[in-house]
Design a protein around this ligand. Structure first.
Ligand code: ZN
Length: 311
C-alpha cells in the first residue's frame, strides 16, 4: 500500500500554447492584449494555469485548479469546473497512461497539457486447481442483478454542482485495511472481476461516517451482491459507495456533512465477514479512495473524526 501522498505540483509540460482569436474582426487585437495580460498573470501565479493535486497514476482522483472562468476538457470530453476554477478528474484501474488536458482561458487562449500517468501494479492472486462450477443462476435472480446494476450505474453518472469533494476526505470507518483497490483473483487462468473498493475490517454495528459532504443518491437496504448499499454524491461526478452495510442511517435526497453518521458496518449481500467496502467513482470510472484519503497508520485508518453526536 505504498502510494505516494498527495503531491501538489504545477504542470508545465510540453504544452502547445496557442492563442485563438474569436468573434469578429475587431476582436483579435483586444483578445491578444488580454491574453498577454492574463498569460503574464497565470505564469506568475502558477505555471501555465493548471495545478493538479494528487498522485498522477492509474486509479487516481485528482483535484485541479485553473484560472477562474476557464473551461477544461479531458481527452476532448468537457469537465465540469466551478466558477472559481476548481474541478475533479478521475482515472480508472486500466486508464491509458497518456492523457490530454485542454484548458481554455476566459479570453480563449488554449493550452494543452499532456499528462503521463504512472502504471499501477495490482495484487493478482492466481489460484489453480479450483473445481469448475457451472452454475446457472435462476432467471429471476439474473433479472434482479441486472436491474440493480443498472440503477447503480445510473446513480454513479450523477452530474451535480455540489462541491463537497473540494474540502478533502476523511476515512469513513476505523479499522485495519483488509482489501485494496485493483486486486484480482485468477481461477484456473480465468480472471475474476477486480476489487474496486478499499476494505476496512470493523465489527458489525461499527459506525460509518460521511468522508466528505454531499447528498445521498442511493440508499438500498438489500441489493443482491452488495447488501445494504449507500451512494453519496460529493459533486462534479465524484461519489462514494458503501457496501455490505448492516443498517442505513440516512435517506435518499438527504444532505450530509463530513463526519455525519450515515450507516453501520455489516456483512450483508455477498460478503464473508463484517467490513466496510468503500468505493469511489468519478462518473463511470472507479477510482481508488486511497489516492485522496488521509495517510494510513501502519495499515490502519486513523481514529474517526469526532462527530457532533447527531443520530
Ligand atoms: Zn470489498
Amino acid at each position: 500500500m505504498a502510494i505516494p501522498r498527495k503531491t501538489r505540483r504545477s504542470i508545465d509540460c510540453d504544452a502547445t500554447n496557442q492563442s485563438r482569436s474569436v468573434r469578429g474582426p475587431s476582436w483579435p487585437m483586444l483578445a491578444r492584449l488580454l491574453a498577454t495580460m492574463l498569460g503574464a498573470w497565470a505564469l506568475s501565479s502558477s505555471a501555465l494555469g493548471l495545478e493538479l493535486s494528487g498522485p498522477q497514476q492509474q486509479g487516481a482522483l485528482l483535484i485541479g485548479q485553473v484560472a477562474p472562468g476557464s473551461q477544461v476538457w479531458l481527452n476532448e470530453k468537457a469537465v465540469r469546473v466551478t466558477a472559481a476554477g476548481q474541478f475533479a478528474m478521475g482515472f480508472g484501474r486500466e486508464a491509458e497512461l497518456e492523457q490530454r488536458v485542454r484548458v481554455q482561458s476566459p479570453v480563449g487562449q488554449t493550452t494543452v497539457h499532456n499528462l503521463t500517468l504512472s502504471q499501477r501494479e495490482y495484487d493478482i492472486q492466481r489460484i489453480e486447481g479450483v473445481p469448475s462450477r457451472t452454475v446457472t443462476p435462476p432467471q429471476e435472480r439474473t433479472k434482479r442483478i441486472r436491474r440493480e446494476a443498472g440503477r447503480v450505474r445510473e446513480v454513479r453518472a450523477t452530474d451535480s454542482d455540489l462541491t463537497g469533494f473540494l474540502a478533502g476526505f476523511v476515512w469513513p470507518a476505523e479499522g485495519r485495511i483488509s482489501g485494496v483497490y485493483g486486486s484480482q483473483r485468477v481461477y484456473n487462468g480465468h480472471p475474476g472481476s477486480p476489487h474496486y473498493g478499499v476494505d476496512i475490517a470493523a465489527p458489525r454495528g461499527a459506525v460509518v461516517i460521511a468522508p466528505a459532504s454531499g447528498v445521498v443518491t442511493l440508499a438500498e437496504p438489500n441489493l443482491f451482491y452488495s447488501g445494504g448499499t449507500l451512494i453519496i454524491d460529493h459533486g462534479h461526478g465524484v461519489s462514494s459507495t458503501f457496501l455490505h452495510l448492516d443498517s442505513l442511517l440516512v435517506e435518499p435526497g438527504q444532505s450530509v456533512k463530513q463526519g455525519d453518521r450515515i450507516a453501520r458496518v455489516g456483512s450483508t449481500g455477498r460478503s464473508t465477514g463484517p467490513h466496510l467496502d468503500w468505493r469511489m467513482n468519478w462518473y463511470g470510472e472507479r477510482v481508488d479512495p486511497v489516492t485522496i484519503a488521509p495517510p494510513l497508520q501502519e495499515g490502519h485508518t486513523p481514529p474517526l473524526l469526532k462527530t457532533d453526536g447527531r443520530k
